[in-house]
Design a protein around this ligand. Structure first.
Ligand code: SIN
Length: 286
């Protein structure tokens, strides 16, 4: 392994690190890549600021972490060459959205927790940002699990929860999953996963439910399931587990989708927000 000039600087006490000394428009050497990977596992979310990142370079960097997931939501002007990237944007051209997940606030969630093999990571690069709001909030689910009261840990030990995602007509978010259940809309994907999963690299346990997409705990009566889930949601969203990212143009953020949740704050509908996302395939949570 080569020498590395990479710097790692914490962004918040429990989650996130800024990586310095890396220019992703140039080839990243093995030593630097190993340091970046270590920071990713240590801090769950990494930030590289001031990057001049075109689509091929973003895709090439993401591919070093593993095979990429095909984007399902490619209603964008991006080239057809890279089936793994898509835009997140509220911009409409000729009445058509150029990206997915367009408008406003999004509740805390984990990407694709409603399919059998959710992604392991996402890399989000900012191209245009509004003058206020549109922050992305990240929360550390290792720490949320570790600090959960013992009696609550005992209640969820070995249990699974059903996660649902309802796209609205614009490819954005529908209602919170608990409010949908027990009706599962025909357009909503759903899958049951362990409430606590073990990270395949770090071996640490992480909470794997969220307010945006988790509907119920399998095998429990509705009232009991709602009560347990609401307690977990309130606990896992505590500010001390979070890093709130205020975007600047040229930021690349990569998050570990297996041990974090993320959410988005509201932003003015009159302002443009464009980010490019590439997603790395994951494993079946266990
Ligand atoms: C996402 O959930 O992937 C989108 C995050 C954002 O728009 O800030």
């Amino acid at each position: 392994m080569g020498q590395s000039a990479v710097g790692v600087h914490k962004l918040a006490p429990e989650i996130g690190a800024e990586i310095t000394g890396v220019d992703l428009s140039q080839p990243v050497g093995e030593g630097d890549f190993a340091a970046i990977t270590q920071a990713f596992h240590d801090h769950c979310v990494i930030l590289l600021r001031g990057q001049q990142l075109d689509e091929p370079h973003q895709v090439a960097f993401a591919e070093r972490f593993g095979p990429l997931a095909r984007a399902v939501n490619r209603n964008s002007g991006l080239s057809q060459q890279y089936s793994s990237s898509f835009l997140i944007s509220n911009v409409r051209e000729n009445g058509q959205l150029i990206g997915a997940l367009p408008d406003g606030e999004m509740l805390f969630h984990s990407d694709q927790c409603y399919v059998e093999r959710p992604c392991m990571a996402a890399l989000l690069y900012s191209i245009e940002i509004p003058s206020q709001g549109g922050d992305t909030l990240f929360a550390n689910m290792y720490r949320a699990y570790e600090t959960l009261p013992q009696e609550l840990k005992a209640k969820i030990d070995g249990a699974k929860a059903i996660n649902i995602f309802e796209y609205n007509e614009e490819g954005g978010y529908g209602d919170a999953a608990m409010d949908l259940y027990p009706q599962i809309p025909p357009n909503a994907k759903h899958y049951a996963h362990p409430i606590v999963r073990t990270h395949p690299v770090t071996g640490r346990k992480a909470l794997y439910v969220n307010r945006g997409m988790t509907a119920c705990i399998e095998g429990l009566a509705r009232a009991e399931s709602d009560e347990i889930l609401r307690r977990i949601f309130d606990h896992q969203e505590r500010p001390e587990f979070q890093y709130v990212h205020r975007w600047r143009v040229g930021d690349l953020i990569m998050w570990d989708n297996r041990c974090t949740l993320h959410a988005r704050s509201d932003f003015p509908a009159t302002e443009r927000r464009i980010l490019r996302r590439v997603t790395v395939l994951g494993e079946v949570p266990a």
